[in-house]
Design a protein around this ligand. Structure first.
Ligand code: A3P
Length: 344
């Protein structure tokens, strides 16, 4: 493994390469780690994107349930356009990946729909599927363009947070898959041919990097705390959801999400089962078994959609982490989070 630098000593205007829990070469940029290929897209987003009052932005640390939140939000805001209860259901979620229905603003090179975004044109994201600009980002709260965080613009942000143990295991599994993609898959994507030289990370090495805050889009705690604090200070601007709460009590969480997005679910809708329909449509088992998510490809056909849907459980970390690792992560989270009031 390459040496890991001290992030605190880094000049945040520059980026440099080191070993990182990520998909390949990563750099430290504005206080967070990012795989090198994403840097230009992030800068493009920061420099050229202009938020509108009506924009809805879904934010997350990688492997925290982004695709689930995308599906839920898409189904909620487009439910007049695409009714959930019709017998001949042609809902886009049945045939299109949630990642292509809700584009990433900072990962234009990964997902086909995201690559179509052109920030230099006004109203650049006039997506033919969606009734409003519903978009996503992984970048920390400190780094979106000013128009997103600016109090004069009313665009809203929903953040989904997942416990650090499951997030870590999910990242480790997913990134190792990316790091070891077969060479033949990489032909069309120069950035991936670079990545293939990365070796899979052992659990121990990955854990060390994660605990040192050296993981793509990390440190994890900085990412989570940025959105958490803003959700406390500006609850109308940022809604903070937890993956585990969505799993445990999906109905109230879904109602809260819909209300925050400005698409409240009426009593009449609730009485005819709209909430349950959305939950079922977006459930892990349902999405995972759709053809598009079983056989579709992303990242210039290099990565299979099915790799986005692994287990979708709370507590899978128990199958991997040793008691010593669990204790270390618990202590670390206590140290990093306790003053914030956010518990994990
Ligand atoms: P696991 O690797 O633990 O299974 P992201 O979308 O941010 O990349 O997060 C991926 C994680 O969310 C994966 O976790 C994936 O299986 C899980 N996931 C995907 N779709 C889901 C859904 N509809 N419901 C719950 N979890 C889901």
């Amino acid at each position: 493994m390459e040496a890991v630098g001290d992030e605190n000593s880094c000049d945040h205007t520059k980026a440099r390469s080191v070993g990182c829990l990520g998909i390949g070469d990563s750099t430290l940029y504005q206080g967070f780690w990012i795989f090198a290929e994403a840097l230009e897209n992030i800068k493009d987003f920061q420099q050229n994107f202009n938020a509108l009052d009506t924009d809805l932005l879904l934010a997350s640390h990688p492997k925290s349930g982004t695709v689930w939140l995308k599906a839920l939000a898409f189904a909620i805001v487009n439910r007049t356009r695409y009714p959930l209860l019709s017998s001949s259901n042609h809902h886009p979620l049945l045939t299109v990946s949630p990642h292509d229905l809700v584009p990433f603003l900072d990962l234009k090179h990964v997902y086909p729909a995201s690559s179509l975004l052109d920030f230099t044109k006004s109203g650049s994201h006039d997506h033919h599927y969606s009734s409003c600009r519903l978009m996503a980002t992984h970048i920390p709260y400190t780094s979106p363009p000013d128009s997103v965080t600016n109090s004069a613009i009313n665009c809203k942000i929903v953040y989904i947070c997942r416990n650090p143990q499951d997030t870590f295991i999910s990242m480790w599994q997913f990134f190792n898959k990316m790091r070891t993609l077969p060479e033949s898959n990489n032909k069309s994507t120069p950035s991936l041919s670079k990545m293939k030289k990365s070796c899979p990370l052992s659990l121990e090495d990955a854990f060390e990097l994660f605990c040192n805050g050296v993981s793509d889009y990390g440190p994890y705690w900085d990412h989570v705390l940025g959105y958490w604090k803003e959700s406390l200070e500006r609850p109308c601007k940022v809604l903070f959801l937890k993956y585990e709460d969505l799993k445990k009590e999906p109905e109230p969480q879904l109602k809260k999400l819909a209300e925050f997005l400005g698409y409240s679910i009426s009593v009449e809708e609730e009485s005819v089962g709209v909430i349950k329909e959305i939950i079922n449509l977006c459930s892990f088992q349902h999405l995972k078994n759709l053809d598009v998510n079983k056989h579709g490809k992303i990242w210039n056909n290099s990565l299979a959609n099915k790799d986005i849907f692994r287990k979708g459980e709370v507590g899978d970390w128990k199958n991997y982490l040793t008691p010593v690792m669990v204790e270390r992560l618990d202590r670390l989270m206590e140290e990093k989070l306790h003053e914030s009031g956010l518990s994990y």
